[in-house]
Design a binder for this molecule. Sequence first.
Ligand code: BDP
Length: 597
Amino acid sequence: MLKPTPTPTRELVNLDGVWRFGIDARLGDQPWTTRLDSPLEAAVPASYNDLFTDPEIRDHVGWVYYQREVRVPRGWGGERIYLRFDAATHAARVYLDDVFVGEHIGGYTPFDVDITEQVEAGGAFRLTVAVSGDLTNETIPPGKIEVGMTGKKTQTYFHDFYNYAGLARSVWLYSVPATRIDDVTVVTGFEGSTGSVDYRVELVGDATVRVRLTDASGAVVAEGTGAAGVLDIADVVLWKPGAAYLYDLTIEALQGGDVIDSYSLPVGVRTVEVRGHDFLINGEPFYFTGFGKHEDTAVRGKGHDNAYMVHDFQLMEWTGANSFRTSHYPYAEDVLDFADRHGIVVIDETAAVGLNLGVTGGLSGKPPFPTFSEEYAGAATHAAHAQHLRELIGRDKNHPSVVMWCIANEPASNEDGAREYFEPLVKLARELDPTRPLTYALVMFATFQNDQIIDLFDVVSMNRYYGWYINAGDLATAELYLQGDIAGWVERTGKPIMMTEYGADTMPGLHSVWDQVWTEEYQTDFLAMYHRVFDRFPSFVGEQIWNFSDFATTNGLHRVGGNKKGIFTRDRKPKSAAFSLRNRWRGLDGRKPGTDA
Ligand code: BDP
């Protein structure tokens, strides 16, 4: 799926701003047929939950409505006209004046609505978007809606981060020619100093295709014709972690010699491969340093924010992080574009978090009933997961920064039914993208003895909390457990192993000379213990701390004002651990992880 971009044949109007807003319970029937009868307005992009002081809105279950007027540029006669939603979390229905024109399920992937037949160049229309943040056993992530004793509907779910909803990313109106470039897929490689860009273009309508690759200075380095082919680049400059280099692929659709459509895509030439217990980028062993993150800021919730994006990348660079995981859902495309341009490596994760009823069984990991059953993760969940995977890979397949797909976070891979659930998804992911390794983040109670699916995947990604949820305040015992756990996975799989989560909640300003949980010293010592253990395993390929910054969670007794495992606070101030981390990752303490240097 192509991201809309302005080109000589395509135009784009941004619809962000302040939209009229209301919740279903306070609006009449079919609220889209009139101007919304509500005093509220909401910012777009932003989650709506934290914008208002009203608790009924914050935890609303059901539909909310966004509305604004839109004018179609008068020069767009004869073009196809689309609305594009970068994300509507978690489901949307779109109405143009009184008419329903499209819908989408899935909160973190974009969708387009073709409105050509409903609008006229130069005309205006009322755009209403109904958005639902509801999670059920038919959505990814899953959740449950219950009616409590007070008669109020409440939403529960099986992940800790707050279920923000709304139009959290940009909304666009754009034009494309009737005969056009519909999609492009690139796969890159290199042999010695010659790079290759294997491209495949999909068209709507009949046209011939011409492609041109330019380097960063704008000089043409390769040209070709035909809807598919391979472009060779002499003296290729590779895209490398920490040293991004992007070429530009311009694709033109022609009829009778005239260019009728044109689209440009940044291309980084690099390879990714798992060989033995190594994770190779451009044939060289790569060691991940970095974080599991969240799209999470005060007031905006999961709303994309360019200022926070720039600052977060600055802070990652400051710590010496070379990577992050898009825990626990696909992030805004702007974030991946930024990572492409800045050489940060991304593990791209689906929104499949909480496929695990074991978490409700506490540390015993004993689910109340099987996770992979019709009541919970059954056929409908599976279909939603598969569709989400198609949309994620469709959106992100061309990003050089994306080096691995993470199909789920902490699924019940130890339970019966996990194999039947995951085998078809792994097959689908490999069909959609045969080039990138696959992983899933392993929950603590899926052990090397009882996990049922690891052989289907390429990399072992462990989420572990020894010293926190287990052995809290006892790092010496925690170290023994961690050591034994990793050793078990090494022996069972022979695959590359990384830690995709390890962390301790930390209240900034709390200090102690003893091993006291929640203190800044404990977080520092906790991480140092993990790093000591990682460094003993040659097949260890990376460490991503939980979490980059503190983030909002559901109300709950075990969260004090949110999850506080951040190395940075929610407003991005460093806790003490940030400084020791910086020393390790930048090699300032004498040794860089993953190297002998
Ligand atoms: C892990 C989850 C993560 C949580 C973390 C925690 O993957 O989303 O935030 O635990 O409890 O199980 O901090």
